[in-house]
Design a protein around this ligand. Structure first.
Ligand code: XMP
Length: 540
């Protein structure tokens, strides 16, 4: 079956959770795409979705210029599910009434649902299990064997307005203390709405509700698997590239490595990978990545040791954004020099992911640049290269599943994200070779201990930061005056928000003892307990 034939269209009204809706649907093995709410009825028709989801959004349906959609989407014969703002908008467009509330309802709530509605069939309420010290993520467990009639569902609410009067043809299928219309349905026209957010983890039964929509109501088949994705992607790459040569920059990160292996699967030795060692990589990182990709896949890899060039460019720079620019600019120069040595290169392969694609077409416009990330846009123009981006449709977790399906080792697949500017943005202040060495050693102990404690895969990122702070200590009988290392460990789903890890004290103790004893030049270790926002994950 064509992997794109059974698909759901998500119209984005600006909710911070829209991407999560897509991820939940993909996890159910159904393909879906996010498009801005104003993509037009012609586009919506031509998309041929089996179902349409209207996302939440920050507006009120009564705001001047509030995002809306052509009412005719409700007459296409395609099931529609409105979430939060999406439900309010559907109500308003179909003749119901929406009430402007003075107070926002934000956070956990309980709703009683009608399990005769297709949306809530066969759902066993789950409850949250409390976070204990040392437990990295919260968990949700089924709530004995009570049905939804007897026990309410825990859901996540985040809304100002609410539906006050249902449109004609609709009935209420859920209520809470705060509203008689926490969910609504018109079974005949197959139009549904939920006031809460089924896509977030704080609605523990949310994925079942979304699955009910896509399978029971839209009658989709679960055809989106990484196995079938590979077949389609390999055929597409072959067709696009033909017999031309492709270069791909690999950084040691998951995305570029998976993109490279996928392109290699399609065109074999016509692909050359370039791995730039910028001198600010982790300990043994370049060796490990090179040997894994060469050993397991026998790929063409050119490794360029450009550490001296990068360190020279970084000399004396303290400002984080200037560090990023220096590294980004030098990367493009080194990459270009190397790529020019390969004859007849026509394409550049990149591991661009779906979240970047959505960001660039978002109706909200590009989000404010808090930290600039390097890109190779300049290369394309200068070298007249065309782009191959085989991961453009995928989320990060799908990239990992794809890598596994391609037979890539866990060592690469399960890597935590590592920023392009590497250790340079984890050495606060000026970057020198000596400071790189100190941080590399400390960081390697951090990783070793976290892996040893079985925590590595449970965390989004865990690493050491070298501070420009010297403090007094005592070692043996001698007074020392040395560097401070900060330890950072966070959980996150996408890097946009993050929480600090409630790390077991024993692990903290082992890390601290080993770093102070084994790394020359460090006499103090501190633990970072800031979440994002208001902090960021990296220190620079
Ligand atoms: P922040 O520090 O903004 O980081 O909370 C969010 C995620 O992005 C990574 N990061 C970068 N990745 N180039 C990259 O390729 C960069 O300049 C950069 N800065 C931050 C960071 O490691 C985290 O996963």
């Amino acid at each position: 079956m064509d992997i794109h034939s059974q698909k759901i269209l998500i119209l984005d009204f600006g909710s911070q959770y829209t991407q999560l809706i897509a991820r939940r649907i993909r996890e159910a093995k159904v393909y879906c795409e996010i498009h801005p709410y104003n993509c037009g009825l012609d586009f919506i028709r031509s998309f041929s979705a089996k179902g349409i989801v209207l996302s939440g959004g920050p507006s009120s349906v009564y705001d001047k210029g509030a995002p809306t959609v052509d009412k005719r989407i409700f007459a296409l014969g395609v099931p529609v599910l409105g979430i939060c703002y999406g439900m309010q908008l559907a109500s308003k467009l179909l003749g119901g009434k929406v009430e402007r509330s003075k107070k926002r309802e934000y956070g956990g709530a309980s709703v009683h649902v009608d399990d005769k509605s297709d949306l809530f069939k066969e759902i066993v309420p789950k409850i949250k299990v409390m976070k204990e010290p040392g437990v990295v993520c919260p968990d949700y467990l089924p709530f004995s064997n009570l049905s939804t009639d007897e026990a309410p569902l825990s859901v996540w609410m985040s809304h100002g307005d609410k539906v006050q009067e249902l449109p004609k043809g609709f009935r209420s299928v859920a209520y809470s203390n705060n509203t008689s219309y926490a969910a609504m349905e018109d079974e005949n026209r197959r139009i549904y709405g939920v006031q809460f957010h089924p896509e977030v983890v704080h609605t523990p039964n949310g994925d079942e509700i979304l699955r009910n929509f896509i399978f029971r109501i839209c009658e989709c088949m679960p055809s989106w698997t990484m196995k079938s994705f590979i077949e389609t992607a390999v055929a597409d790459i072959k067709e696009k590239v033909g017999g031309d040569r492709v270069v791909c920059g690999i950084s040691g990160g998951v995305d570029s490595a998976v993109a490279a292996v996928l392109v290699y699967r399609a065109i074999g030795s016509n692909l050359t990978c370039i791995f730039v060692d910028n001198g600010v990589l982790r300990k043994n990182e370049a060796d490990k990545v090179e040997s894994t990709l060469k050993k397991s896949f026998r790929m063409n890899i050119r490794r360029v040791d450009a550490s001296n060039r990068f360190l020279k460019k970084l000399k004396g720079i303290e400002d984080p954004e200037k560090k990023r620019k220096a590294i980004g600019g030098e990367f493009v120069r080194v990459f270009e020099e190397e790529a020019k040595k390969i004859k007849n290169v026509k394409f550049l392969a990149q591991g661009t992911l779906y979240p970047d694609v959505i960001e660039s077409v978002s109706f909200k416009g590009p989000s404010a640049t808090i930290k600039s990330h390097h890109n190779v846009g300049g290369l394309l123009k200068k070298m007249k290269l065309k782009l191959v981006e085989p991961l453009r449709e995928l989320f990060k977790d799908e990239v990992r599943a794809l890598g596994r399906e391609l037979g890539m080792p866990d060592e690469i697949i399960d890597r935590q994200p590592f920023p392009g500017p590497g250790l340079a943005i984890r050495i606060i202040g000026a970057v020198t070779e000596e400071r790189c060495d100190i941080l590399r050693e400390a960081d390697s102990i951090v990783l070793e201990e976290i892996k040893g404690a079985g925590l590595y895969r449970k965390m989004w990122q865990s690493f050491a930061v070298l501070l420009p702070v010297k403090t007094v200590g005592v070692m043996g009988d001698e007074r020392t005056y040395e560097n401070t290392v900060a330890l950072r460990a966070v959980t996150s789903v996408d890097g946009m928000t993050a929480d600090w890890v409630r790390m077991p004290y024993e692990v903290l103790e082992r890390i601290s003892t080993r770093v102070i004893n084994e790394v020359r030049g460090v006499n103090r270790v501190v633990y970072d307990i800031s979440s994002k926002p208001p902090s960021t994950i990296e220190w620079e």
